[in-house]
Design a protein around this ligand. Structure first.
Ligand SMILES: [Zn+2]
Length: 275
């Protein structure tokens, strides 16, 4: 799933183009993709978008008149592309916006399952739709992070991915961040020392900024990630092979030397079964 760096890179790329021309035709949308029926998509026609905004992993396209907000959540497999006038697009996208002059914004989704969503909302409804999200991860700072970590005792890998607690970090960037902070994915949030909280706050900012910079230059996953999905490859900091462990529904990648004092993490689901 695209996370904060990927979505922010997309937002920056789309901000200018989507506001260049008024919308000529909104839709069609796949029945599973469009999550709202009122107001109808046609309410967008003739209006101009003010640009692209982002909240956590969602993109928002408010209309220039301030009356409507188009909200897009790509989930795992959704992709949003801006096609300049005259460029061939997919025949049956999950969602399409055509602008006056012929450019298009198209949402496609690989695979049979339609999970990506498009909502057309009033600004108030959009705010309610996003109200459950925690503060943005990038720029959070040590003080706010410390406050969040002290409220409940949870394993860092799980806590950092919880969008209601901190918004924008998912299963890939959490591995990069915890490695940069030299913290165990299983460390409990309340056990962190002030120095470790500082390190984690700095790692959130530096890793998400690194990711954003790379994604803006068009870097692929292989070039962007240094820990995530790198099982057996040498850690870029110490050379130890990157290890992997399954945890909840996710796969954690980490460096045993840099993050867990040389210990190999046990699959907690398995150890529960054996207990
Ligand atoms: Zn290492």
């Amino acid at each position: 799933m695209p996370e904060l760096p990927e979505m922010e890179a997309w937002r920056r790329a789309l901000d200018g183009p989507v506001s260049a021309f008024p919308i000529e035709k909104a839709g069609p949308a796949h029945i599973a993709t469009l999550k709202t029926i009122d107001p109808p998509l046609s309410a967008l026609e003739g209006r101009r978008l003010a640009g692209a905004e982002r909240r956590a992993k969602r993109l928002l396209f408010p209309t220039e008149d301030g009356e409507l907000v188009l909200l897009v959540h790509l989930m795992t497999a959704g992709r949003l592309r801006y096609l300049p006038a005259g460029e061939d697009g997919p025949k049956t996208p999950a969602f399409r916006l055509r602008f006056q002059g012929g450019a298009e914004l198209v949402l496609t989704e690989a695979g049979k399952k339609k999970r990506a969503g498009v909502w057309l909302l009033t600004p108030e409804a959009a705010e309610a739709e996003l109200a459950h999200l925690g503060p943005e991860a990038l720029g959070l700072g040590a003080e706010r992070l410390g406050g969040i970590l002290s409220t409940e005792s949870r394993r860092l890998h799980s806590l950092l991915r919880d969008q209601r607690v901190i918004a924008g970090i998912g299963r890939a960037w959490v591995n990069e961040i915890l490695h940069a902070a030299k913290l165990s994915p299983y460390a409990l949030s309340k056990d962190l020392t002030p120095d470790e909280v500082d390190r984690l706050a700095a790692a959130i900012d530096s890793e998400l900024a690194r990711g954003l910079e790379l994604r803006e230059r068009g870097a692929n996953d292989k070039r962007t990630y240094r820990v995530h999905d790198k099982l057996g490859e040498p850690c870029h900091a110490c050379g130890t092979p990157i290890a992997r462990v399954d945890f909840e529904e996710h796969t954690i990648y980490y460096c045993p030397e840099c993050q867990t004092g040389g210990r190999v993490l046990k699959d907690r689901r398995l150890s529960r079964l054996l207990r």
